[in-house]
Write a protein that binds this ligand. Structure first.
Ligand SMILES: [Zn+2]
Length: 319
């Protein structure tokens, strides 16, 4: 037993979509990821089933601030009075003062859908939030949790190596691997989102995780896996291809909606060919979970093109 329990958050009412993890060691507990406020009762139930109280929770950890990871943080912190929230320095600011996160999510989803998905997100007292440095280590019971920065999916992303479990909590850095899509063998694909996908950084983070000698990864989407090397070798060419789509789209001079459409089509084609290359049957774009990811990946790639052009224009202006 490695002391790490996978809890299905039932994100957006779906099974096998997003996980949160509970680590228990010598009476101390940490949660990794918080999903949304709707998932908090499930986390507290798992705690109770393990014979622990909310007072035993020492750390609440988020890999990054996207709301399927951090949306439940304020509700969970409220329920666990002794917990300290650990996050990347750039994430810590946005979790203490979540106004901007909430506003942008409401813009994307609309008020009604936002409430349904995320529920209530409140500020968290700054003294309960601890920004973690790259390579920082925290003790939980008798084990060490080693934090390291993993940029690429987001510029404020950390992963955590639990040395006792010899497992890494990878957030959104080691791809998405849905259990229901593994019928004919492994299929894992990268996740990019607006607004800061960086293919080069994503490749570096992938290599860093794959080379740590861990025995298992704990994916937020979804679950514990031990086939790290095959996963890395599926992810690498796909991330490289996403990088090439950024280059091609940039060079093509396409802008606005035309650019968005181009990126969406390229990423959909890439997803289908990666899916079929692994002998999987059917059209992955009909899978409701994957469909959303593919759309987001197209948007992430288009955004990367716009950002690169913006930076280039700024450099040209000499500012
Ligand atoms: Zn996610």
């Amino acid at each position: 037993m490695h002391g790490v329990q996978t809890i299905d958050a039932h994100y957006a009412g779906q099974e096998g979509f997003a996980a949160v993890y509970m680590i228990e060691d010598r009476g101390e507990v940490a949660f990794v990821e918080t999903n949304t406020s709707h998932a908090v009762p499930r986390m507290l139930a798992a705690l109770e089933a393990a014979g622990r109280a909310p007072e035993d929770v020492k750390f609440v950890i988020i890999t990054h601030v996207h709301l399927d990871h951090a949306g439940g943080a304020s509700a969970l912190m409220k329920a666990c009075p002794n917990a300290t929230l650990l996050a990347h320095p750039k994430a810590a600011k946005n979790i203490v003062e979540p106004g901007r996160l909430v506003e942008s999510a409401k813009q994307v989803y609309g008020e009604e859908q936002y409430n349904k998905l995320y529920g209530v997100i409140e500020p968290i007292a700054a003294e309960r939030v601890r920004a973690v440095d790259d390579e920082e280590v925290f003790e939980l019971g008798g084990r060490e949790l080693h934090f390291f920065e993993t940029r690429g999916h987001a510029n404020h992303h950390v992963s955590i190596h639990d040395r006792a479990a010899n497992g890494i909590f990878t957030g959104d850095t080691f791809g998405i691997c849905y259990p229901h899509q593994q019928g004919n063998g492994l299929f894992v694909f990268p996740t990019t989102t607006p607004t800061d996908f960086d293919p080069q950084a994503a490749l570096e983070s992938l290599d860093r995780i794959a080379s740590m000698g861990a025995e298992r990864v704990f994916l937020t989407h979804f679950g514990e896996r031990t086939d790290i090397a095959p996963m890395a070798s599926q992810l690498r060419p796909q991330i490289e291809r996403y990088g090439s789509v950024v280059e091609e789209a940039d060079a093509s001079g396409r802008e606005g909606e035309e650019l968005d459409r181009f990126c969406a089509a390229q990423i959909l084609a890439e997803f289908r060919s990666a899916y079929q290359a692994h002998g999987l049957e059917g059209d992955p774009s009909e899978d409701p979970l994957a469909k959303l990811d593919v759309e987001l990946n197209g948007q992430g790639v288009a955004f990367a093109v716009k950002k690169r052009r913006y930076k280039r224009a700024k450099t040209a202006q000499g500012s």
